[in-house]
Design a protein around this ligand. Structure first.
Ligand code: SF4
Length: 471
């Protein structure tokens, strides 16, 4: 173990999440997550398993672990970390899989995933960080909230009659046959931390030796949402929390247990293709599209309701039909209509590393906030196409080649402003050379069966195509 003030060698040297915060994590001062992260990293380094360790991060306060642990990391959808970890474990039998989850992730939305992974005895170690509240979203009541504990959604305190009893996940997991080790530890004082280190080392050794599923519940202080000073929060764990969540080892199978190694799961791609009715050609994916470069990264951005998600989807679908490697990643705020939204599309000749588009080759900005925010990310050789019907001022710090396109006006002339995204489709296709007009028209005929809709969209796509021809 490194000294308490030393950074673990299994952490990145600098944390790249925020340029202004490269030496610290995002956790609040006094939070138990930081201590747990350090314990895990120190032990991974000490056991010499850093190169084999694959972390799966949750949605919750632990969401950014991939910025801290220097190793392979995957992020799971909310509550699905144990399921994602199962896939990783099955396809990497030599890997050491760490699933890192919180109260909401594991004890609410993801309970079934977690319990079934435990019941199957997957080779993984699950850290369940229990701080009795939903930390990231502002301290709402969790399934683990204590009886009488006040939270933003239980302002008079949790009652068993109204809200049920605190869910004791460790005790539940210990009732299953498969888990090799189930324990609850604390990271609130030196004595508990020493014990936590011992238990976690044991858990990681079980993983190294492939001896099955390990569940470690970690009682962790959340001073921010408990509205306590860090020292007071640590004491509260001893004085109050541990009365309802006793620490200890609830189940441990004998150490001389045999390894539980599973054979590597292989996918029979030929069988899948047959099931989907794909031909041998489809399978081998002879690509029918010429890109100006081996991989093109697009970002389509605007307000929800402007059709930026469907614009990305149209481009992605057309490229998919031509057997290209394609990803489509939508992103929108809580309000779909009126809020900001964007979709990222990557088209490649080879398998795509990430669907995230941080540096677009082509940016389409249908509103001003999108142009202001994303425009400066486009490099010198990239294209920036903005909706000049709605944007009258462009940022001064753009490096890419900038093209105004009166998308909304042209769409209105075609029959409806809703077809602004199709105007853009025509423009982008011609500017980049990725699709011919006839291909766009065939696709739109196929997509819009209703004659009136079809007519408007065909006019819109031609309008965009024609404008690009005049550039
Ligand atoms: S909200 Fe609570 S659990 Fe989340 S980082 Fe802050 S102290 Fe930690």
């Amino acid at each position: 173990m490194t000294k308490i003030y030393e950074k673990s060698p299994a952490f990145f040297e600098t944390f790249e999440r925020k340029p202004s915060q490269q030496l610290t994590t995002h956790y609040c001062p006094g939070c138990g997550h930081g201590t747990l992260n350090k314990i895990i990293a120190d032990l991974v380094a000490e056991l010499g398993i850093q190169d084999q360790t694959i972390y799966v991060g949750p949605v919750g306060c632990g969401v950014f672990i991939y910025y801290y642990f220097e190793g392979a990391c995957a992020s799971a959808a909310h509550g699905r970390a144990s399921a994602v970890a199962t896939g990783i474990s099955r396809s990497n039998p030599d890997g050491i899989v760490v699933s890192y989850q919180g109260d909401g992730d594991l004890a609410a939305i993801g309970t079934s995933n977690a319990i079934h992974a435990a019941n199957r005895g997957e080779n993984m170690i699950v850290f369940f960080v229990n701080n009795n509240v939903y930390g990231m979203t502002g301290g709402q009541m969790a399934p683990t909230t204590l009886i009488d504990q006040k939270t933003t959604t239980s302002p008079f305190g949790r009652t068993e009659k109204n809200d049920g009893f605190p869910l004791r996940m460790a005790e539940m997991m210990a009732g299953l046959e498969a888990p090799a080790l189930v324990a609850r530890v604390g990271v609130n004082n030196p004595k508990n931390i020493r014990q936590a280190i011992k238990v976690i080392r044991n858990g990681l050794e079980i993983q190294r030796d492939k001896k099955g599923y390990v569940f470690i519940e970690v009682m962790s202080q959340c001073p921010t949402n408990w509205k306590k000073e860090p020292a007071e929060a640590c004491e509260w764990i001893d004085d109050v929390v541990c009365k309802q969540y006793p620490l200890g080892t609830f189940k441990e199978l004998p150490a001389d247990r045999q390894p539980q190694k599973r054979p590597r799961a292989e996918v029979d791609f030929a069988a899948v293709a047959k099931l989907l009715g794909l031909t041998a050609d489809d399978e081998t994916g002879s690509q029918e599209m010429t890109l100006p470069q081996p991989e093109m990264r697009f970002k389509f951005a605007g307000f929800g309701g402007q059709g930026v998600l469907s614009l990305g989807l149209m481009v992605a679908q057309m490229a998919t039909q031509r057997n290209m490697e394609v990803t489509w990643l939508p992103s929108y705020g809580p309000e779909m209509r009126g809020g900001v939204a964007n979709s990222s599309v990557v088209i490649g000749e080879d398998p795509i590393g990430t669907p995230v588009v941080d540096v677009p080759d082509v940016l389409v900005a249908l509103n001003r906030p999108s142009l202001d925010k994303l425009g400066p990310l486009v490099p010198k050789e990239g294209l920036i196409i903005y909706n000049s019907s709605l944007i009258d001022q462009i940022p001064a710090d753009l490096k890419g080649k900038v093209y105004p396109l009166a998308a909304t006006t042209l769409a209105a002339e075609a029959g409806t402003v809703k077809a602004a995204n199709v105007v853009v489709l025509g423009f982008v296709a011609r500017m980049t050379g990725i699709f011919e007009l006839s291909e766009l028209e065939d696709f739109l005929r196929e997509t819009f069966k209703q004659p009136a809709l079809q007519e408007v969209n065909l006019k819109a796509v031609s309008a965009g195509w024609d404008v690009a021809g005049e550039v």
